[in-house]
Write a protein that binds this ligand. Structure first.
Ligand SMILES: *Cc1c(COP(=O)(O)O)cnc(C)c1O
Length: 446
C-alpha cells in the first residue's frame, strides 16, 4: 500500500479507536482472539494464495477490466469497515447514508440530470441494470425492451428474470442502429450502451433519441464501463456526440467499481424522473424510521448495502473531481491515449493489426502474419499464453463472428465460424507509458 494511504489510514483508525473508546473502556471478547503464531500462519498461507492472481495493479496486466481501487479509496473503505455501516436505513449509518446522497448528487449532476433525479448505489452494474429494466417493465408493462447485440449479456438475462420480452436491434457496419428492422409500437424501453464491454464501443444515442421521442419509447443508458468518459466529451480525444445527450435518457447506470477507482461492490443507478420511486413501495416491519428524510432502503431493491462503498466513493470524488482537466479527466485521457498509441503501433508495424479504431480505451487486435481466420485464432491464443507464461504481459481473448471480422478484413481467408483475437483494456493511466514495450514484447513472440 502506498505510504500516503497507509499514513491516512493509520491516523484515521487511531482517531476512530479513540472515539469508540470514549463510550467506555472495553475489550473484544476472548472468543474472538487468536495467538500471534496462528494468525501469522493463516496470513502467510493467505498471502501465498493471493499471489495466485494475475498482477492487476501492474501495467503488464492489459487484459480484462480489472484493476485495484485507488489506495486512498480503499483506505477510506477500510476506515468505514471498522464500523461497518449499513446504508439500508438511515439509522444503519447516518454519515455514510449522507455521503451516498452527496456522491449520487455529484454523479447525477455530472450526467446532466441537475437537481431532479432519483438514484442510489448498488452492489454492481448487473443489479443497477436489473433495477433500471424493472422500472422499464413497470413503466410499460405490456411492451418489450430492446437492446443491441453488442450490449452486455445481462440485459437479455434480466429480461428473462423479469419475464419481459427482450428484442435485439441489429447494428449496421457504420455503428448505427437499424431502426427500420424493429416495430416501435412494441417497444417500451431501448437500452443504449455507451462503452460496450467487448470493445468499448459507443452506441449512437443521438440517432436513437429522436426516434424514441417520436414513438414514446423510454431510453436506458448502460454506461457501466464507459460513464466516466463523459469527462472527455468536450475534448478532441473522443467523439462527444452521444455523451452530450445523456441527460435526455430516462435512466443511467454507471459502475464506479470499473473506471471510478472503487473496490468491487459499487454500481449506481439513476432515474431522471423521481416519481418512479412509487414502484419501490414496500411495507417492512424491520426498517425503523427516525427520520422523515429520504430513506435509501426505500428506493433500492437490495436491503443491506455496504456503507463503506459510499464512504469510499465520496472520498474519491473529493480527491478526484469529475472534470476534464482535473481529477478523472487526466486519468481517462491517459487511458484513451494508451489505446490510440497501441492502435497507431499496430497500423505502422506489419506483424499485428487492429480490428478497428478504438472509441475509448479498449483495443481488439490480431496477428497479421496469419492467412486465415483459424490461423488468427490459434496464433492469438499462442501469443496470449506466451506472455502469461513468461510474465511479460497479460492480455485477454475476444471472439468475433467471422462474418463480422471479414467485413472489415476481407484479405483473410474465412475458414472458421468465429475468430478469436487479442483484446487489451487500457484502464490504467500507467498504460500510456507502457504500450510501446507491450507492443515490442508481443511482436517478439510472433
Ligand atoms: C461490466 C458491465 C456490466 C455488468 O456490471 P457488473 O458490475 O460486472 O455487474 C453491465 N454493462 C456493461 C456495459 C458493463 O461493462
Amino acid at each position: 500500500m502506498d505510504p500516503q494511504a497507509q499514513k491516512s489510514l493509520k491516523t484515521g483508525l487511531r482517531s476512530l479507536n479513540e472515539w469508540i473508546n470514549s463510550y467506555g473502556a472495553w475489550k473484544p471478547d476472548e472468543t474472538l482472539q487468536f495467538s500471534d503464531e496462528k494468525a501469522a500462519k493463516v496470513f502467510d498461507r493467505l498471502t501465498q494464495r493471493l499471489k495466485g492472481n494475475y498482477p492487476f495493479e501492474h501495467p503488464v496486466y492489459a487484459g480484462q477490466m480489472l484493476k485495484p481501487p485507488h489506495p486512498l479509496s480503499w483506505a477510506a473503505y477500510a476506515m468505514a469497515m471498522s464500523i461497518n455501516p449499513n446504508n439500508h436505513a438511515l439509522d444503519g449509518g447516518p454519515p455514510s447514508s449522507e455521503m451516498e446522497k452527496e456522491a449520487i448528487a455529484e454523479l447525477a449532476d455530472f450526467f446532466g440530470y441537475g437537481d431532479t433525479y432519483l438514484g442510489h448505489l448498488t452492489a454492481s452494474g448487473t443489479i443497477a441494470n436489473l433495477e433500471a429494466l424493472w422500472i422499464a417493465r413497470e413503466s410499460h408493462p405490456d411492451k418489450k425492451i430492446a437492446f443491441s447485440d453488442q450490449s452486455h449479456y445481462t440485459h437479455e438475462r434480466m429480461c428473462s428474470v423479469l419475464r419481459v420480452e427482450g428484442i435485439k436491434v441489429p447494428v449496421s457496419e457504420d455503428g448505427y442502429f437499424d431502426l427500420d428492422a424493429i416495430d416501435p409500437d412494441q417497444i417500451g424501453t431501448m437500452v443504449v450502451t455507451l462503452g460496450t464491454t467487448g470493445l468499448g464501443e459507443v452506441e449512437p444515442l443521438d440517432q436513437v433519441l429522436p426516434w424514441a421521442r417520436e414513438h414514446g419509447i423510454r431510453i436506458h443508458i448502460d454506461a457501466a464501463y464507459g460513464g466516466f468518459f463523459r469527462t472527455l466529451m468536450n475534448s478532441d480525444l473522443i467523439d462527444g456526440t452521444s455523451w452530450q445527450f445523456m441527460q435526455e435518457a430516462d435512466s443511467i447506470v454507471v459502475d464506479p467499481h470499473k473506471h471510478g477507482l472503487q473496490p468491487y461492490g459499487c454500481g449506481c443507478v439513476l432515474f431522471k424522473d423521481p416519481s418512479v420511486g412509487k414502484f419501490y413501495k414496500h411495507d417492512s416491519p424491520y426498517t425503523y424510521f427516525t427520520s422523515e428524510d429520504l430513506h435509501l432502503g426505500e428506493i433500492s431493491l437490495e436491503c443491506s448495502r455496504a456503507g463503506a462503498a459510499a464512504v469510499a466513493l465520496w472520498t474519491t470524488l473529493q480527491l478526484f473531481p469529475l472534470k476534464e482537466k482535473e481529477g478523472f479527466g487526466p486519468i481517462l485521457t491517459k487511458c484513451r491515449k494508451a489505446a490510440l498509441k497501441m492502435y497507431e503501433l499496430t497500423n505502422s508495424g506489419s506483424k499485428l493489426k487492429a480490428f478497428k479504431k478504438p472509441e475509448l480505451d479498449i483495443l481488439g487486435y490480431f496477428p497479421a502474419t496469419a492467412y486465415s481466420t483459424s490461423e488468427i485464432s490459434s496464433l492469438s491464443k499462442q501469443i496470449f499464453d506466451r506472455g502469461m507464461n513468461d510474465h511479460s504481459y497479460y492480455l485477454s481473448l475476444y471472439r468475433i463472428p467471422t462474418k463480422t471480422f471479414t467485413r472489415l478484413h476481407p484479405e483473410f481467408k474465412a475458414d472458421s465460424e468465429n475468430v478469436t483475437i487479442l483484446r487489451s483494456v487500457f484502464m490504467k493511466p500507467e498504460h500510456e507509458g507502457f504500450v510501446s514495450d507491450l507492443y515490442k514484447n508481443i511482436e517478439n513472440r510472433l
